[in-house]
Design a protein around this ligand. Structure first.
Ligand SMILES: C[S@@+](CC[C@H](N)C(=O)[O-])C[C@H]1O[C@@H](n2cnc3c(N)ncnc32)[C@H](O)[C@@H]1O
Length: 328
């Protein structure tokens, strides 16, 4: 099987792009699809845009790429996920971002296509922007589905050692040396460097993308992102020593992404945000050692207590940059 060309962001529709790739040709897919939140009108600070079934009016990330009917969003999701499943290796993983507006549809389509959901991760944004109206709770999480191809034999790669013993400074829900949970406490703030060459209204922080990449792929693997936006997934792949393929329909974002990529370079282990104390032994589906775990059961049962976080690892309470929809 020929290896696809890598380290390119194609300015084309992702379905068209993925159709050109051979079966079982990529190791990792990180998808940040349209949320289907934009329903006509212009960006406004008032609450003038009604979103059926989502309670009240919303201010929108007003972008054409994000405007579907419910039925067409379902069909679109089925089409891109069909191709994503086909090109993903049996050892591969797929991570899909969503909010309650679209994650239900994505979950149902995964089940219809027999894409197996390994975990549903809650990305907890401690610094979420406050709710302006005081008429509902402050939206402070996104949902991420971690999936595999769903073959009979589970072959997906998982760096269990990294998940348990890697360093995750700033995540108050991750205790050192304890298994990683499905709630991740990661700020949505981007660093100055991440925004230096332009930005995207739903830009994801490199920190969360690098965590996904390190959990489920090896150096040299190919990461594909169907919705590249400002290129965050590709930059995260490059900086962690993976190859990348991206698709993005908007030329402006392709240009931002390419500029970011020109300035990105592979991180040395010393400066990695979440460096394991030594290069982790990467093992496919390594299970925790039963005896060791049993022996420690008493010490680990009370996992709800506050993790021991060093002061330097605590992040200042700052509201996230306003890059996403606000409901009012
Ligand atoms: C949610 S954003 C991704 C943002 C990205 N994660 C980042 O950090 O910059 C989705 C992107 O997908 C693009 N897009 C929408 N439909 C597409 C399609 N069918 N093929 C390729 N790109 C598409 C949009 O232009 C938008 O930039």
């Amino acid at each position: 099987m020929s290896k696809p060309d890598t380290n390119i962001i194609y300015n084309i529709d992702c379905i068209e792009g993925m159709q050109k790739l051979p079966d079982n040709s990529v190791d990792l897919i990180i998808a940040d699809p349209p949320y289907n939140l934009s329903k006509g009108g212009d960006w406004k600070w008032d609450n003038s845009v009604k979103l059926e079934g989502m309670g009240g009016n919303w201010n929108k990330v007003m972008q054409n790429w994000d405007d579907y009917t419910l039925e067409s969003y379902f069909e679109f999701t089925k089409m891109w996920l069909t191709e994503a499943k086909r090109i993903l290796k049996p050892t591969g993983s797929m991570w899909i971002f969503g909010t309650y507006h679209n994650t239900g549809i994505i979950n149902v389509v995964c089940q219809l296509l027999k894409i197996e959901i390994i975990n549903e991760v809650i990305w907890y944004k401690r610094n979420a922007f406050p709710n302006l109206s005081g008429r509902r709770l402050t939206a402070s999480h996104e949902t991420i589905l971690w999936c595999n191809k769903g073959a009979k034999k589970r072959e997906y790669y998982f760096d269990y050692e990294y998940s348990k013993n890697g360093r995750f400074p700033g995540d108050l829900l991750k205790s050192e040396g304890k298994q990683m949970r499905t709630v991740w406490d990661i700020s949505n703030n981007k660093t100055k460097e991440e925004l230096l060459y332009g930005k995207h209204p739903t830009q994801k922080p490199l920190k969360i993308l690098k965590r996904m990449i390190r959990l489920s792929s090896k150096k040299g693997d190919i990461m594909l992102t169907p919705f590249a936006g400002a290129g965050s997934e590709c930059v995260a792949a490059k900086e962690t020593g993976r190859e990348y393929i991206g698709y993005e329909t908007d030329t402006v974002y392709v240009e931002i992404a390419n500029t970011r990529l020109e300035h990105a370079s592979i991180e040395t282990d010393e400066v990695m945000e979440e460096t394991p104390s030594s290069e982790s032994s990467s093992i496919t589906n390594e299970k925790p050692k039963a005896n060791k775990r049993r022996g420690k059961a008493k010490a680990t049962t009370n996992t709800d207590k506050e993790p021991n976080v060093k002061a330097k690892d605590k992040e200042p309470v700052e509201y996230e940059q306003l890059t996403f929809t606000l409901d009012t």
